[in-house]
Ligand binder design. Structure first.
Ligand SMILES: Cc1cc2nc3c(=O)[nH]c(=O)nc-3n(C[C@H](O)[C@H](O)[C@H](O)COP(=O)(O)O)c2cc1C
Ligand code: SF4
Length: 514
């Protein structure tokens, strides 16, 4: 009987050598005339252990990592195919503290299933949500999403049920489901992991959305820098179509839903939903003035759902397991779980899915193990390049939309980038303004001109030119951008600057400008 060995083919694991390790395992098994069933799964999210190789044993899966090509012969010699002892062994994967202490709902199948196989997906509970949805009235599906308390995971945290109801209530020949998979935030990779590791969950979530609001066509707007996700999605869409879970007769229900992937245009602003729609229509990614909302007049002028990958994958879990079960996780108005991405200067970086309510400190130290450099953590940027810098005094804040807002921060897409005490916060402030200047779509003046002026003012501060007056000017400029910008890019780019000024003012002193 052949042993089943899992080696991730997720982009993160591949960048750490997983492809070479998989080839070495196949070759060594051949040399030893041993049968090995090699499954290329998604990463389970413990990136500091990638490439993490798992073996299916009678006692469940056991993990070894990080494995290099040079370790492979030794693993065979240690009989790793039967879970043998080895310095890289971590025992049963599910019993490892990193995994055992998580609450994986949206990520329940990521790293577990073969992402290309509908049969494996079904074996692990896939398509139960859609099956239930097909037996419900559209209004009941929308109500389930509302009762679950699901809020959009793309950044704005808008209640998904309200958005869906608006689209459902429109009368139109054609409606669309669009998935925002542009994932432009620094330090975020949850969307990518889902699309590479369990693409059928996204396909199922979009199909449920289509059945609920009466849309027959879906588009995934995928970041062009995600070639592995592109391949995984297209393979999974073809498999779903072949199994008749997509097409003119979804699961024999007589309902139609088609799905296509479109590659993004490579600009951060194309992740903003109205720019995304412009780009999907083949135009330059530029923000549309609202109203009308995309839910009323979206893609090609038709009622359109725009949801993030994690949002749509959460819908799949909600329909399969029940709205109340989902709402049972979390705190306050933040219901369910959030896949949090730990990146930057952190010892154990990766993906942690937990119910809302754990603190930043738990994430940074219990999961993350502190900084990778071993130096004290000075700050974390939460919520991507437009998110505030949070000082250690606020590390006991709960991961919850409202709690973070109360300390001047925002959760965004759940990315946390860690910096140790060698970080220069004035340079980080300058970086935020420069990022905005480069990525601005140019439609409105506060963002287009303000960000460039912001870089100039920061350069004067760093050069020690009239520092006090220039800091005051910078504060006024930030306020103008926050108040006057048309969209979140110009409206939020000042947040990192303002938080740096508030918590790390001592850094705004003269030094050589690079
Ligand atoms: C500048 C900017 C960039 C954004 N980038 C993304 C992105 O990459 N992915 C995403 O899902 N949402 C992004 N958003 C949020 C979207 O505009 C929108 O709120 C979201 O896709 C809606 O889906 P949700 O309700 O499921 O979160 C961005 C917003 C702004 C202002
Ligand atoms: S804030 Fe910036 S990105 Fe947004 S519409 Fe204005 S110019 Fe474009």
């Amino acid at each position: 009987m052949s042993a089943t060995v899992y080696v991730p083919k997720d982009a993160g694991a591949l960048s750490l050598g997983a492809g070479e390790v998989a080839a070495a395992i196949a070759a060594e098994a051949g040399r030893r005339k041993l049968g090995v069933n090699l499954v290329r799964n998604g990463s389970r999210g413990a990136y500091w252990l990638e490439p993490m190789v798992e073996v299916e044993t009678a006692a469940g899966r056991v993990a070894y990592g990080p494995v290099t090509v040079a370790d492979v012969a030794g693993l065979f010699a240690a009989d790793f195919l039967s879970g043998g002892a080895h310095p890289l062994a971590h025992g049963a994967t599910d019993a490892m503290a990193w995994f055992a202490n998580q609450q994986r709902l949206t990520f329940e199948r990521v790293g577990i299933v073969d992402p290309t196989s509908v049969a494996d997906y079904l074996k692990h509970g896939g398509y139960q949500g859609l099956t239930k949805a097909l037996a419900m009235a559209p209004g009941e599906i929308v109500q389930a999403v509302t009762t679950a308390g699901l809020r959009g995971r793309g950044g704005a945290a808008f209640p998904t049920g309200i958005k869906w109801k608006t689209v459902m209530d429109q009368k139109a020949q054609q409606k669309y489901i669009t998935c925002n998979a542009d994932e432009g935030d620094s330090g975020t990779f949850a969307d990518r992991m889902l699309m590479e590791g369990d693409p059928l969950t996204l396909i199922e979530g979009m199909t449920i959305a289509g059945i609920a609001v009466g849309a027959t066509q879906g588009y995934i707007y995928l970041r062009a820098e995600y070639p592995h996700a592109y391949a995984a999605l297209n393979t999974a869409i073809a498999a779903a179509r072949q199994a008749q879970y997509l097409g003119a007769n979804v699961a024999g229900s007589g309902r139609r839903f088609e799905l296509e992937v479109r590659l993004g245009a490579g600009a951060y602003i194309c992740g903003e939903e109205t720019s995304m729609l412009e780009s999907l229509e083949g135009r330059r990614g530029e923000v549309r003035v609202r109203p009308p909302l995309p839910a009323i007049k979206g893609l090609f002028g038709q009622p359109t759902v725009v949801n993030n990958v994690v949002t749509l994958c959460s819908v799949t879990w909600i329909l399969a397991h029940g709205a109340q079960a989902y709402a049972g996780f979390g705190m306050g108005k933040s219901r369910g779980t959030l896949p949090i991405q730990l990146a930057g200067n952190i010892k154990r970086g990766g993906l942690v899915e937990r119910a809302f309510g754990l603190t930043l400190r738990e994430l940074l130290y219990d999961y993350g193990g502190g900084s990778a450099s071993g130096r004290p953590i000075r700050t974390v940027q939460v919520g991507g390049p437009l998110g505030a810098y949070v000082p250690p005094a606020h590390f006991d804040t709960a991961v919850d939309y409202e709690a973070l807002t109360a300390v001047g921060a925002l959760l965004g897409h759940g990315g946390i980038v860690v910096f140790d005490d060698s970080v220069d916060m004035a340079r980080m402030a300058r970086y935020a303004m420069e990022f905005c200047a480069i990525e601005s779509c140019g439609k409105c003046t506060p963002c287009r001109i303000g960000s460039t002026r912001g870089v100039e003012v920061l350069d004067r501060i760093l050069a020690g030119v009239d520092a006090e007056r220039n800091v005051q000017l910078l504060e006024e400029l930030c306020e103008t951008m926050v108040q006057g910008s048309l969209c979140g890019l110009g409206g939020m780019a000042p947040f990192p600057v303002q938080s740096a000024l508030k918590h790390f003012r001592e850094d705004f002193r003269a030094r050589p400008v690079s």
